[in-house]
Design a protein around this ligand. Structure first.
Ligand SMILES: NC(=O)c1ccc[n+]([C@@H]2O[C@H](COP(=O)([O-])OP(=O)(O)OC[C@H]3O[C@@H](n4cnc5c(N)ncnc54)[C@H](O)[C@@H]3O)[C@@H](O)[C@H]2O)c1
Length: 351
C-alpha cells in the first residue's frame, strides 16, 4: 500500500471526479484531499456538497492552463500524489471546437507534469495518476477487444487530445523517470453526469417527454461501467498499481446504443407509471455523429489478474440506480441546465 498524505485531484467537481473526491475524503480521513477545478459548464460544486465542510478537504478554483496556479497549489498543499481527471470530455463539443480540447487536455496535462516533476526531483512527490479513455484505441469491428498493448488510433479531436496527453505522461516517465500510472476506461454512467452525455440526456428527455435522439442506425456499441466501480478500480490503482504501468478498465457490458436506450425506456416506464412502450415512442434517429466510432470493448484481464478488480454492478442494476438518482434529484438536473446548455442542446439536436 502506497503512503499518501496530500493528494491533488484535478477536475473533482465533474462527473467522475466528484465521486472520487467523496470516496477519498470519507474513506481516508488521514489524507488531505485538494480539489483543483476551473468549474467549467461541466463542473458543479453541488456534486461534492456532502464533503464541502470536511476538515481533510480543500477546494481550489483554478485552471490547469495556468502553470503558476498549478505550481503554487502543489507547493502550498505539499502535494505528494496527483490524480488527474480535469479535461474537456464531450466528443460532440470537440468536433465543433477542437482547440479548447487541445489546450486543456494537452497543455493542461503538460503543466501538471512540469509542476509534479519539480516536486518529484526535490523528493516531495511519489505518484502521478493520469485518467484516460478507451477511445484512444480507435474503433473495433464486430470482433476483438482493446488490450493495454492495442495501438493508439484516436479518431475524434477529443480522443486525439487524450491520446496526446497519455503519450506525454508516458514520455515524462521514460525521460524524467516520473512515477506515473495511466488507466484507459470505457463509458461511465451514474449520478452527477452532465445531461449532454447519452444516459442523462435520455433520462431527462423521457421525463420531459421530448424526442430521444439516436445517432445513425443506433448500432454503435459501447461498454458501460457504473461510476462507483470505476472509483473502486481507481482506489486500487492509486494504492497498488506498479509504477510505469497502464491498465484498461471496463464493465464487460457491451450494448448497442439503441438497446441501451430501450432498456432505460423500460425502466422509466415502470418508475413513472407510464404504459409499456410509451417512452420508446420518443426514439428519433438523427444524422450520425461525424466519424462516429463503431464499437469499443475492453479486455480487463490485466487489472483482474494483477489487482483482483472486476465490475460488480450489472448494467441493468446500474441503470436502475442511475434512473432513480436522476428522478430523486430533479433539482440538480434543473440547476445544471444553464442557458449555455439550453443553447447547446437546441443547436445539437434540432438539426
Ligand atoms: N465520462 C466517461 O465516460 C469517461 C471515460 C473514460 C475516461 N474519462 C476521463 O475521465 C476524466 C473525467 O471525465 P468526466 O466525465 O468526469 O468529465 P466532466 O466533463 O464531467 O468533468 C471535467 C471536470 O474538469 C474540469 N475542468 C475542465 N477544464 C478544466 C481546466 N482547464 N482546469 C481545471 N479544471 C477543468 C471541469 O470543470 C469539470 O469539473 C476526463 O479526463 C475524461 O477524459 C471519462
Amino acid at each position: 500500500m502506497r503512503s499518501i498524505h496530500n493528494i491533488l485531484v484535478t477536475g473533482g467537481a465533474g462527473f467522475i471526479g466528484s465521486h472520487l473526491i467523496q470516496h477519498l475524503v470519507t474513506k481516508y480521513p488521514n489524507y488531505n484531499v485538494v480539489n483543483f477545478d476551473k468549474l467549467t459548464y461541466a463542473g458543479n460544486l453541488e456534486n461534492i456538497k456532502s464533503v464541502e465542510r470536511a476538515s481533510n478537504y480543500t477546494f481550489i478554483k483554478g485552471d490547469i492552463l495556468d502553470a503558476q496556479a498549478v505550481t503554487d497549489c502543489m507547493s502550498k498543499h505539499n502535494i505528494d500524489t496527483v490524480v488527474h481527471l480535469a479535461a474537456e470530455s464531450h466528443v460532440d463539443r470537440s468536433i465543433e471546437d477542437p482547440n479548447s480540447f487541445l489546450t486543456t487536455n494537452i497543455l493542461g496535462t503538460a503543466n501538471l507534469l512540469n509542476a509534479f516533476r519539480t516536486r518529484f526531483e526535490n523528493g516531495d512527490a511519489t505518484l502521478f495518476y493520469h485518467i484516460s479513455t478507451d477511445e484512444v484505441f480507435g474503433s473495433l469491428g464486430t470482433e476483438g477487444l482493446f488490450t493495454e498493448t492495442t495501438r493508439y488510433d484516436p479518431r475524434s479531436p477529443y480522443s486525439a487530445s487524450k491520446a496526446a496527453s497519455d503519450h506525454l505522461v508516458s514520455a515524462y516517465h521514460h525521460t524524467y523517470k516520473l512515477p506515473v500510472i495511466l488507466s484507459n476506461c470505457s463509458n461511465n454512467y451514474g449520478p452527477n453526469q452532465f445531461p449532454e452525455k447519452l444516459l442523462p440526456l435520455i433520462i431527462n428527455n423521457i421525463v420531459e417527454q421530448k424526442p430521444l435522439p439516436i445517432y445513425g442506425d443506433g448500432l454503435n456499441v459501447r461498454d458501460w461501467l457504473y461510476v462507483q466501480d470505476h472509483i473502486e478500480a481507481m482506489d486500487l490503482l492509486i494504492h497498488e498499481a506498479a509504477i510505469g504501468e497502464n491498465y484498461n478498465i471496463g464493465g464487460n457490458a457491451e450494448v448497442t446504443n439503441i438497446d441501451l436506450v430501450k432498456m432505460v425506456c423500460n425502466i422509466m416506464d415502470t418508475s413513472l407509471g407510464r404504459c409499456e412502450g410509451e417512452s420508446e415512442n420518443l426514439i428519433t434517429y438523427v444524422t450520425d455523429r461525424k466519424g462516429h466510432d463503431r464499437r469499443y470493448a475492453i479486455d480487463t484481464t490485466k487489472i483482474k489478474t494483477q489487482l483482483n478488480w472486476q465490475a460488480s454492478v450489472s448494467l441493468h442494476e446500474g441503470l436502475k440506480k442511475t434512473v432513480n438518482w436522476y428522478l430523486e434529484n430533479s433539482d440538480w438536473l434543473e440547476n445544471v441546465k444553464t442557458k449555455e446548455y439550453q443553447n447547446y442542446y437546441k443547436k445539437q439536436y434540432s438539426k
